[in-house]
Design a protein around this ligand. Structure first.
Ligand code: FNR
Length: 380
């Protein structure tokens, strides 16, 4: 793994090792993918101020996210089907994050269940909740997350209805899944992936199968999921979930200052400025371009995090400079996972940590908690 020097290197390795339909499930945005691209491009447009001859010794990246100490301002975004990038993917990513001292957030749509990840880790991970029509199921999920001592609940607000991803449709990654000779060929050309998959029992949506009446296999699961996303979800439901959960609550998927004000009104602990990695509203602005107006609107009332398009430590630095307390990554850790399992995720995190540390020093700062907009080069 040491020869992978960038997240882009890990992405190319994952492309070769993960069956095409699952690699492209991660590497896709909705419709024209313009928002997916803008997330990365807008980070590249921001420039940093190089400073010289300042004391760069004794640097620290340590900070706190919703009151939890972390080794750097980074967290792993919740991603569905992570266990399809690599067998037991959620466990491997959670272990890598735990070893590096940053939060891992398990998706409702994960392959490994809350209990399986809890049994394989030693520190609390975070849990992401999609609100389904079946409120009794949601209550049970919240109870399960509590029983697993999850450190925070991340409530996703931007997926009441699903944005269309052309790659998934073209790859036949559908519900219910249809395994055609093409799919079998794609898997057969990735023997390492297949072998690992044969060794694990974690191959269905672990938080759902066996926990909902009548959902016992992949077909019944698909039918259930398709009608479960709640198009009527409202701010009142957020209050209901906050009360049921009772712990740290993070609202994910805020892109507009008006929504940010409403999110702050709920009394949640943090928001994540996010467009779901460009997988929902194609044509929406990038997360990093949305951040300043949201910081202006609610930065004094609620902790602000961001995800979408972060591919390097320099990107993390820019996000922190613009007012984000935490920066989350989705695809970068998925590429690491596909490239090399737990070692690949660790490599992705090491790459970002090293880039962040050195770049902060080259901006003339020693402590991430002192980073602010002064490190950005605003000159024309
Ligand atoms: C996601 N995302 C996501 N978000 C969420 O709240 N629940 C989920 O189950 C998923 N599933 C998911 C699957 C895959 C394959 C991707 C790539 C993304 C969105 C995710 O949490 C995050 O917002 C983005 O991934 C951030 O963008 P980057 O870092 O991938 O550019």
């Amino acid at each position: 793994m040491q020869s992978a020097l960038t997240i882009a290197d890990l992405k190319e390795r994952a492309r070769r090792r993960v069956p095409k339909m699952f690699f492209e499930y991660a590497d896709s945005g909705s419709w024209t993918e313009s928002t997916y691209r803008a997330n990365e491009e807008d980070f590249a447009r921001l420039k940093l101020r190089q400073r010289v001859l300042v004391d760069m010794s004794d640097r620290s990246l340590k900070t706190e996210l919703v009151g939890q100490s972390v080794s750097m301002p980074l967290a792993l975004s919740p991603t569905g089907l992570t266990g399809m990038q690599h067998a037991d993917g959620e466990i491997l990513a959670a272990r890598a994050a735990e070893a590096l001292g940053i939060p891992f957030c398990l998706s409702t749509m994960s392959i490994c269940s809350i209990e399986t990840v809890a049994a394989a880790t030693t520190k609390p991970f975070w849990f992401q909740l999609y609100v389904m029509r079946d409120r009794a199921f949601i209550e049970r999920l919240i109870e399960r997350a509590k029983a697993a001592r999850c450190g925070a609940l991340v409530l996703t607000l931007d997926l009441q209805i699903l944005g269309q991803r052309h790659k998934d449709l073209r790859n036949g990654l559908s519900a219910p899944p249809k395994f055609t000779p093409r799919h079998i060929w794609q898997m057969a050309t990735c023997p390492g992936w297949c072998l690992n998959m044969l060794r694990t029992k974690n191959r269905a949506f672990g938080n759902i199968v066996g926990h909902v009446t009548n959902v016992t296999n992949v077909s019944s699961l698909s039918a259930w999921t398709a009608e479960q996303f709640d198009t009527r979800l409202s701010w009142a439901d957020v209050a209901w979930i906050k009360e049921k959960w009772g712990g740290k609550l993070i609202l994910k998927g805020v892109l507009d200052p008006e929504d940010a004000r409403k999110a702050a009104d709920t009394g949640a602990d943090a928001i994540i400025v996010s467009n779901h990695g460009g997988r929902q509203l194609d044509g929406a602005r990038s997360s990093i371009s949305a951040l300043p107006a949201i910081v202006d609107a609610v930065g004094d009332r609620i902790e602000i995090h961001i995800d979408g398009g972060i591919r390097s430590g320099q990107d993390v630095l820019k996000a922190v400079a613009l007012g984000a307390k935490g920066a989350w990554i989705g695809r970068p850790f998925l590429y690491g996972l596909g490239a090399g399992g737990e070692a690949g995720v660790t490599r992705a995190l090491d790459i970002i940590r090293h880039e962040l540390d050195i770049s902060m020093a080259l901006c003339g700062l020693r402590d991430i908690r002192n980073v602010n907009a002064d490190i950005l080069d605003r000159a024309p």
